[in-house]
Design a protein around this ligand. Sequence first.
Ligand code: SAM
Length: 281
Amino acid sequence: MPDLSKQGPDNLPPLRDVIAAYDLAPKKSLGQNFLFDLNLTRKIARAAGAEDGGVFYEVGPGPGGLTRALLAEGADKVIAVERDARCLPALADIAAAYPGKLEVVSGDALELDEAALVPQGVRVAANLPYNVGTAILIKWLTAPAWPPVWASLTLMFQKEVAQRITAPPGGAHYGRLSVLAQWRCTAKILFDVNRGAFVPPPSVTSSIVRLEPRPEPLAPCALSDLERITAAAFGQRRKMLRQSLKPLGGEALLAKAGIDPTMRPEDLTIAQFAALARALP
Ligand code: SAM
C-alpha cells in the first residue's frame, strides 16, 4: 500500500507513489505509457462526458490515472479491463475509495465479448496501448450488431492514427480505416496530447479522438463487401481503380456503380465506396 500521508483530491495517493509502491515499471510490450497529469486525465474524462454520470468502459486502466479522473468527474460506474495483473492491487485501492463504482476485469480486451460485460449505451474512454489500439478500434467498428453496445468512443491514439481515422477524401491519410470508421461513425480529433505528458514519453504526439455511432451506416452496403472493395483499392493506392479492382470486376463493376474508372481510391467518397460494394456480384 502506498504512503497515504500524501493523498490527492480523491483521497488516493499521487500516481507516481502508486507506481513506486506497487513496482509498476512500464512495459513496452504492453504499450504502457502512463499519464500522471491530473489536469489532463480530467480533461479527457470530461471529453468522454463523465460529468453527466453513467457507465464507462475503459480498456487498459494501468495504475488508474484516467479511471480516477472518470470517477472524480462524476461517472456512476467504470468497468475496466486490464491485461497486466501487476496493476490489479493499485486498481483495488481505487475500487475501495469509490465503493461499488469500479469493476475491474483481468483479461485481454481483444478477446472479450464486451456485449456480455457492459450495458447498452456504455461510453468508452481509453488511453489505448499503441501496439493494439488500432486492432481494438477495428474490433469495435466491425461489431456484427449496429448500432453497437457503446454510445461513444473517446480514445487516445498516436496522432498519425487519429488523422487516418478522421481523414476526409483527397489526402494521404485517407484509407481503409477512414472509410470504415466514418461509414459507421462520426469521428473528430478533439485535442492533441504532447508526448512529454506520458511516462515514459512515446516517440510521437498523441491525439484524443471522439467517435459516435451513426444510427445507420452512411450509405447502405454489407460490411464484408465494403472491406473487400477498400482492401483491393487501397492495397494499390497509386493505381487507377480500373486496375486495382480488376480481380473484383474492374471496369464493369465501376460502370455499374457509376464511377470513373480512372479515379484513384483516395478521391472516392465513402458513399462511392458503398456503391461499389453494392455493385459486387
Ligand atoms: N490508462 C492508463 C493511463 O492513461 O495512464 C494506462 C494507459 S497505457 C497507454 C495502456 C494500458 O493498456 C496498459 O496499462 C496496458 O497494460 C494495457 N493493455 C495492453 N494491452 C491490453 C489488452 N490487450 N487488453 C487490456 N489492456 C491492455
